[in-house]
Design a protein around this ligand. Structure first.
Ligand code: ATP
Length: 362
C-alpha cells in the first residue's frame, strides 16, 4: 500500500520537570518492520512513542523519518496512525462512520472514500459489522475498528500502544496473529509497545528491550532470547536461572564450575573473561537435562507441576540456589518432591555474565 519509511531516533532526551525519563536514546527502525518497545511499566515506552507521533515534545536529540528531522512537525502533518490500549473509537458512530472519520478532511471523492473503506474493512475482516455501533462489538472487534481507522488514511508509520491489554488471554493471542498478518499485508513500518515479553517475541521482527529510559538490547526475538546482553534482559525475557560459577581451566579449555564442582565447557568466551573469575551463569529451565548419571549437579526436587506437554520442577541445589527445570512430560517420568536428581546443562546454551556489571561474557 505504501512505500515504507525508515525511522531514526538519535540521542533523544525527555524530561518531565527535573525527572529524566528518556536519557539519550537511539535506535533505527527499518522500512516495513514491526519493531517493538518492550520493558517494565514506567520505563518510558509510551513517552517515546508519543514523541515519535508528536504528542510529546522532544527535549534533546532528533527523530527522523527517512533521514529528515521531524522534531517540529505537528502531529497532523506527520502521516502517522496510532492505536491505543482503550481503542479510542467514537461510541456514537457506526463502525463505518468511525473509519470514515479520519478521511473526511482529506477531500477524497465519495467513490474514493467508499473504495478505501471497503478495502480496509476487508483487510481487518470486519465487513459484517460495518453498520454496528461500538457497544455491539466484542473487545477484539473494537480493536480491529481502531486499527482500521488508524490505517485507512494510508499513514507512513503505525504506532500501537499496548493494543491488546484489555483483551482476555485467548483473544490476545488471536488478535496478535491478526495484527501481525495485517501489518505484513500492508507492509507499514510499525512501532509496537508492550510490557508482555511473550507478545513481543510472537509479533516482532525486532525488539528493543528498555529499562529506566535506556535501551538494553536491540535484536530479533531469537537473538534476545538466546543471547541476552545482560542479566536484566535474561531475566525479563522468559525465565532464567541465575547461578554463581567460577571459570577454571581444565586440559587447556575454559570451563565453568558450579558450587558443587559440576563443570561444563564454555565456548566463545569474550576476552574480558579470565580464568579464576567468579561469574553469573544463566540457564533457561528447558536447557537443563535431568540425568541418571551421578556426575551432574545434585539437587532435591521441592515441587513438581505437570502442565500437559511439559512438567516444571523446582529443584534445590543447596547453598541457597534453587532452579526451575522444564522437561518434556513424555520423556521424563514424573519425579516426586523429596527425590534426589542430577542435572546437566546443555553447554551451547549457556550464557555467562560478569558479576559487577552483569554484562555478557560471550
Ligand atoms: P506503562 O507500561 O506503565 O505504560 P511506560 O514504559 O509506557 O509504562 P511511560 O508512560 O512512558 O512508561 O512513563 C515513563 C515515566 O515518565 C514514568 O515514571 C511516568 O510516571 C513518567 N511520566 C509520563 N508522563 C508524564 C507526565 N506527563 N508528567 C510527568 N511524568 C510523566
Amino acid at each position: 500500500m505504501n512505500l515504507s519509511v525508515s525511522i531514526q531516533v538519535e540521542n533523544v532526551i525527555k524530561k518531565f520537570g527535573e525527572t529524566m525519563v528518556i536519557d539519550g536514546l537511539s535506535m533505527d527502525i527499518h522500512p516495513g518492520e514491526l519493531f517493538t518497545l518492550l520493558g517494565p511499566s514506567g520505563c518510558g515506552k509510551t513517552t517515546l512513542l508519543r514523541m515519535v507521533i508528536g504528542f510529546n515534545s522532544i527535549d534533546g536529540g532528533s527523530i527522523k523519518v527517512n533521514d529528515k528531522v521531524i522534531n517540529n512537525i505537528p502531529v497532523s502533518k506527520r502521516k502517522m496512525g496510532m492505536v491505543f490500549q482503550n481503542y479510542a473509537i467514537f461510541p456514537h458512530m457506526t463502525v463505518k462512520q468511525n473509519i470514515a472519520f479520519g478521511l473526511e478532511n482529506k477531500k477524497y471523492s465519495k467513490g474514493e472514500m467508499e473504495r478505501r473503506i471497503d478495502e480496509i474493512l476487508n483487510i481487518v475482516q470486519i465487513e459484517d459489522f460495518k453498520d454496528r455501533m461500538p457497544d455491539q462489538l466484542s473487545g477484539g472487534q473494537q480493536q480491529r475498528v481502531a486499527l482500521a481507522r488508524a490505517i485507512v488514511i494510508h499513514p507512513e508509520v503505525l504506532l500501537m500502544d499496548e493494543p491488546l491489554s484489555n483483551l482476555d488471554a485467548k483473544l490476545r493471542i488471536e488478535m496478535r496473529n491478526a495484527i501481525k498478518s495485517i501489518q505484513q499485508q500492508v507492509g507499514i513500518t510499525t512501532i509496537y509497545v508492550t510490557h508482555d515479553q511473550e507478545e513481543a517475541l510472537a509479533i516482532s521482527d525486532r525488539i528493543a528491550v528498555m529499562n529506566a529510559g535506556v535501551i538494553q538490547q536491540i535484536g530479533s526475538p531469537k537473538e534476545i532470547y538466546q543471547r541476552p546482553v545482560n542479566i536484566f534482559v535474561s531475566k525479563f525475557i522468559g525465565t532464567s536461572n541465575i547461578l554463581k560459577a567460577k571459570l577454571v581451566e581444565v586440559n587447556n579449555e575454559v570451563q565453568m564450575e558450579l558450587n558443587d564442582g559440576y563443570r561444563e565447557k564454555v565456548e566463545n568466551l569474550s576476552k574480558r573473561a579470565k580464568v579464576g573469575d567468579t561469574v553469573l551463569v544463566s540457564v533457561r529451565p528447558h536447557e537443563f537435562i535431568i540425568t541418571e548419571e551421578k556426575d551432574g549437579i545434585k539437587g532435591k526436587v521441592l515441587n513438581s507441576m505437570f502442565l500437559g506437554i511439559n512438567t516444571h520442577y523446582f529443584i534445590d541445589l543447596g547453598l541457597d540456589e534453587q532452579v526451575e527445570v522444564i522437561q518434556n512430560a513424555d520423556i521424563v517420568d514424573l519425579i516426586t518432591p523429596g527425590e534426589t536428581v542430577h542435572l546437566k546443562v546443555k553447554p551451547d546454551k549457556i550464557n555467562i555474565f560478569d558479576i559487577e556489571e552483569e554484562k555478557t561474557l560471550i
